[in-house]
Design a binder for this molecule. Structure first.
Ligand SMILES: C[S@@+](CC[C@H](N)C(=O)[O-])C[C@H]1O[C@@H](n2cnc3c(N)ncnc32)[C@H](O)[C@@H]1O
Length: 236
C-alpha cells in the first residue's frame, strides 16, 4: 500500500473507531488490563497534562488530529482560542459534545492538504506524529513551522512501544511502521504507527532546525516541546 492509500485507510479506520475510541484512553473493553495498569496509565497521562497546562496557555492554539477531545478540553480551558482539526466528522462530533466551549472552532480536513489561514502561538498534536508516514515527516514539520508565530511552540504527545498499551487482541507491537488494528466488530485496518525513540526523535528535530526536548513517562508515553531555532527569545 502506498503512502496516500495508507493515509486514506487511516481516516476510514478512525471514522469507524470514533464511537469506541475513548475505550483506549480509559483502558476499557479490549484495552482493559486491570486496575493497576489503568491507574498507572492515567497517572502518566496526568503527568503530561500538568506539563501541558503550564506550557500551552493564554494563547491561540492549533490542535491537529483533535479526535474526541481528550486533550482539546485542557487546551480550551487555558487558552484564548483553539482551532481543532480532524478528518473524521464522527470524532469531531464527540469532541464538540465533550468540550462544549465557545472558544473552540473545528475544521474537518485532511492535515496533509489543509492550510490554515492564520498563525498560532502553539501547535499541539497528541498521538498523531506516529501516524505521519516516514516519507512525509520532514514536510509535516516544515508545514507546522510555517503555522507558528515567531515565538510559537509545538507540544506533542505520543506512544512509547509498550506492549500493554495495545488492545488485548492485537498482534504484538513492532517497529515495522505499520500496525494492524481491530475494532470491536472484528474489522481490521492497517495503519501507519511509528514508535519513536525519544533521543533519536529529539536529535532528528534539532537537525531540522528545531530547539527543544523529548521526554518520556515511566512506561507509556513520550512528549515534546519545540520552538524554531533562532526564534526571538527562544526558551525551549
Ligand atoms: C490516535 S487519534 C488521536 C486523537 C487525539 N489527538 C487524542 O489524543 O485522543 C488520531 C486522530 O487523527 C485523525 N486523523 C487521521 N488521519 C488524519 C488526516 N489525514 N487528517 C486529519 N486527521 C486525521 C483521526 O481521525 C483521529 O482522530
Amino acid at each position: 500500500m502506498d503512502g496516500r492509500e495508507l493515509i486514506k485507510r487511516q481516516v476510514e479506520y478512525y471514522r469507524a473507531r470514533a464511537p469506541e475510541y475513548d475505550e483506549w484512553f480509559f483502558r476499557q473493553g479490549r484495552y482493559d488490563r486491570g486496575p493497576a495498569h489503568r491507574a498507572q496509565w492515567l497517572s502518566e497521562a496526568g503527568e503530561i497534562e500538568a506539563v501541558l497546562r503550564s506550557a500551552v496557555r493564554d494563547g491561540v492554539v492549533l490542535e491537529l488530529a483533535c479526535g474526541t477531545g481528550l486533550w482539546t478540553r485542557h487546551l480550551a480551558q487555558l487558552n484564548r482560542r483553539v482551532l481543532a482539526v480532524d478528518a473524521a466528522p464522527e470524532a469531531v462530533a464527540r469532541n464538540r459534545a465533550r468540550v462544549d466551549a465557545a472558544n473552540v472552532d473545528y475544521v474537518i480536513a485532511d492535515i496533509f492538504s489543509w492550510r490554515p489561514s492564520a498563525k498560532f502561538d502553539s501547535v499541539f498534536f497528541s498521538f498523531w506524529l506516529s501516524h505521519v508516514p516516514e516519507e512525509m515527516f520532514e514536510a509535516f514539520w516544515t508545514r507546522v513551522g510555517e503555522t507558528l508565530l515567531p515565538n510559537g511552540r509545538i507540544f506533542f504527545i505520543d506512544s512509547l512501544l509498550e506492549e500493554s498499551s495495545s488492545a488485548r487482541d492485537h498482534a504484538p507491537l513492532d517497529r515495522s511502521g505499520i500496525s494492524r488494528r481491530r475494532l470491536n466488530d472484528g474489522s481490521e485496518f492497517d495503519i501507519v504507527k511509528i514508535f519513536y525513540q525519544p533521543e533519536e526523535l529529539e536529535a532528528r528535530l534539532r537537525g531540522l532546525g528545531w530547539r527543544g526536548w523529548v521526554r518520556t513517562t515511566e512506561r507509556f508515553f513520550l512528549y515534546g516541546s519545540f520552538e524554531r531555532s533562532g526564534a526571538p527569545g527562544s526558551r525551549a
